[in-house]
Design a protein around this ligand. Structure first.
Ligand SMILES: [Zn+2]
Ligand SMILES: [Zn+2]
Length: 334
């Protein structure tokens, strides 16, 4: 595929899309039904449909029965960890292998023209971004993901929180399920904005930001506090009346879906002339510029409302630079 039909490449070899990022059309006035319908298809397919399919596999093949869930024990907790880790190894690994190891599409649609594996850096364990990101994912974040999962399954099984059944509350649960990506977006924005405050950034979030040029393994490369808070999004289903399948969907969307911002390529080519969108650009700009795009694709446009949105356009860049200049002025004055 000719990526220059869809974007431009600068002297450094970094590619950027022509199209600017847009908040969900639900927020655009007047409402455009055609745009909303097209957007709804992308809302479900392919990413959220994938997370739902994974969730059903978990529910029917991996999660033990209710009697077993009533008592936390290592056997089923470790089994869950093993499945989470194997799932991520396969899913993220497939992207990592095709795009970064085989370099199957070269730098076509690649935001940053360089591959992190070509540059050693002291900020990473063993001076390797890949090694550092991989170890932090599998030995810090995925265990904490499993802790959250064990916690909510145990609460549901013991009746500590309401377990609504699909046969009695199908419409309500379908609505909660449809809102799960919005819950994710608001939760992520809030914890993410919090750990960008100077002290917490230095202590916690700088670890994730060491990967200025992220790859799939960067997705879950986090400090333990962030690793827990990020996956704790599923605990909202202990607060609102819900169902363990919906909570599982919520946590799978966080765990498996973290890759979206970190693929590093705008389009993943599948065959000649074919490919699918990664939805990675907004969060790529966050890794590049740090203090923009704290949320995701603006399903709930919190960055737009708080003035931290960078849509990839020259105007977006100018707005960001003006904001940074003001901040520098304030700091110099102080
Ligand atoms: Zn990130
Ligand atoms: Zn950040």
């Amino acid at each position: 595929m000719d990526d220059l039909q869809y974007g431009k490449r600068n002297k450094r070899g970094d590619w950027a899309p022509h199209a600017t990022l847009e908040a969900a059309p639900l927020w655009v006035r007047p409402l455009n039904v055609g745009n909303i319908l097209r957007w709804l298809v992308g809302y479900v397919w392919p990413w959220n449909a994938f997370h739902m399919a994974v969730t059903l596999v978990y529910w029917y093949l991996v999660v033990p029965d209710v009697e077993t869930l009533k008592n936390v024990d290592w056997a089923w907790a470790l089994r869950l960890y093993a499945v989470n880790a194997a799932g991520i190894l396969l899913f993220y690994g497939a992207f990592e292998y095709q795009l970064y190891r085989r370099r199957g599409q070269g730098t076509r649609f690649k935001y940053n023209g360089k591959f992190p594996a070509d540059n050693a850096s002291d900020v990473f364990w063993f001076k390797s971004q890949n090694m550092d990101n991989f170890l932090r994912s599998f030995f810090v974040s995925i265990p904490l993901w499993t802790v959250v999962e064990v916690l909510f399954l145990w609460c549901f099984a013991n009746g500590y929180v309401p377990w609504l059944s699909w046969s009695v509350h199908p419409v309500y649960l379908a609505v909660v399920l449809l809102l799960a990506p919005a819950i994710h977006e608001v939760h992520f924005f809030c914890i993410h904005r919090l750990i960008h405050t100077p002290l917490l950034y230095k202590w916690i979030h700088s670890i994730h930001h060491n990967s200025v040029n992220p790859t799939p393994w960067s997705s879950l490369s986090m400090h333990p506090v962030e690793g827990f808070l990020y996956h704790a999004v599923a605990l909202w289903h202990l607060v609102i009346p819900s169902n363990p399948i919906v909570a599982l969907f919520q946590i799978n969307m966080a765990g498996f879906g973290a890759i979206n911002g970190h693929i590093g390529f705008d389009k993943v080519e599948t065959s000649e002339g074919q490919g699918f969108k990664s939805h990675a650009y907004a969060h790529y700009l966050h890794h590049k510029h740090f203090e923009v795009n704290y949320g995701g694709d603006q399903l709930i446009p919190l960055d737009v409302w708080f003035g931290t949105w960078h849509d990839g356009s020259p105007e977006g860049e100018a707005r960001m630079q003006a904001r940074f200049a003001k901040k520098r002025e304030r700091m110099n004055a102080a």
